[in-house]
Design a protein around this ligand. Structure first.
Ligand SMILES: Cc1cc2nc3c(=O)[nH]c(=O)nc-3n(C[C@H](O)[C@H](O)[C@H](O)COP(=O)(O)O)c2cc1C
Length: 300
């Protein structure tokens, strides 16, 4: 089940996605973190953030809308407390997810993470739809995406993966801009901007009005985008994400072009899903006569 994400070897391709496993502690009550391929930590900003007003989750038939608003304790607390605590329970690769509201903030937080943590990869979220004037604004313009990439690459020595938004007309243009600006890898997709209305209250369900939709309903869209981006950027590792909740879907994502696969909303429904997928993967590989997962990456 081993895969090579750039120069980093993962024992398997299964990674809980940023924002759905905190900094590992809660998830460790349900499963042994050391069985995971890697862990993507909660989006971290310069300052601590309480996030958006409640309610900030709306359940949907095939997924959920979230508008958490990047709640996190801020980069200094993540360095001082969260990352060392994670290390007490987890030995594998950490993917440090970083967010920001300006190019300077992205660079600052990435530089701190680069210097003060042993994260294997820095994942730069330029695709958060749940905060005003931040996040997604950088991921919906090729120029802005390239500018963030350059600024972050200038201050980091670790591999930088840009996390892309599906809320664009042509995701390959953004992906290429990031790669040309020096990105070592790409992660896609983040959530799709969505909305639900409480028809009895005549109000949006989410206090923030709109939120990011993800879960099983977005899987075909994520798969298509992973396929397009992996073909548009040959040689650049892609982490596939969006709607995955089974071993079969992990394999489908890899056939589309993903080297590793992040699992998001599915963890909220079943906190053991990553472990269950890892246990099931060898059976599915056997059925499909796949000797090494690395062999199926981008075959379709
Ligand atoms: C509750 C929640 C919080 C999230 N927080 C973050 C975050 O802090 N940073 C980030 O890059 N993505 C965040 N995401 C997006 C996920 O990492 C993932 O890209 C997206 O949900 C698509 O995958 P899924 O369909 O498996 O949920 C969050 C998603 C959810 C559901």
């Amino acid at each position: 089940m081993k895969v090579k994400l750039g120069h980093i070897e993962l024992q398997n391709p299964v990674i809980p996605a940023s924002g759905t496993c905190g900094f590992g502690r809660e998830m460790s009550e349900w499963l042994d973190l050391n069985g995971l391929g890697a862990i993507a930590t909660k989006g971290t900003t310069r300052e601590a953030r309480y996030g958006n007003a409640l309610p900030r989750i709306a359940e949907c038939p095939a997924g959920l809308i979230n508008a958490i608003g990047l709640q996190n304790p801020g980069v200094e607390e993540v360095i001082r407390h969260e990352m060392p605590e994670l290390r007490k329970i987890y030995r594998g690769p950490v993917i440090a997810n970083v967010s920001g509201f300006s190019i300077e903030e992205y660079a600052y937080v990435c530089e701190r993470m680069d210097k003060e943590t042993d994260a294997a990869i820095i994942e730069v979220n330029i695709s958060c739809p749940n905060v005003h004037n931040g996040g997604m604004a950088f991921g919906t313009s090729a120029e802005a995406a390239a500018e963030v990439t350059r600024a972050v690459k200038a201050v980091t020595t670790k591999p930088v993966y840009m996390k892309l938004s599906p809320n664009v007309t042509d995701i390959t243009a953004i992906a290429r801009a990031c790669v040309n600006a020096g990105a070592d890898g790409l992660c896609l997709i983040n959530t799709m901007l969505g909305m639900r209305i409480d028809i009895r209250r005549r109000q949006p369900v989410i206090a923030n009005r709109y939120g990011g939709y993800s879960g099983p309903g977005v899987f075909p869209v994520a798969l298509r985008m992973v396929n397009q981006v992996s073909k548009a950027c040959p040689g650049t590792p892609v982490i596939g994400c969006g709607g995955v909740s089974s071993a079969e879907e992990v394999i489908e994502m890899m056939m589309a072009g993903a080297t590793a696969v992040e699992i998001g909303a599915a963890n909220l429904k079943n906190p053991m899903v990553c472990q269950e997928i890892i246990t099931r993967l060898p059976e599915v590989m056997n059925e499909l006569k796949i000797a090494h997962l690395q062999d199926i990456i981008g075959i379709v």
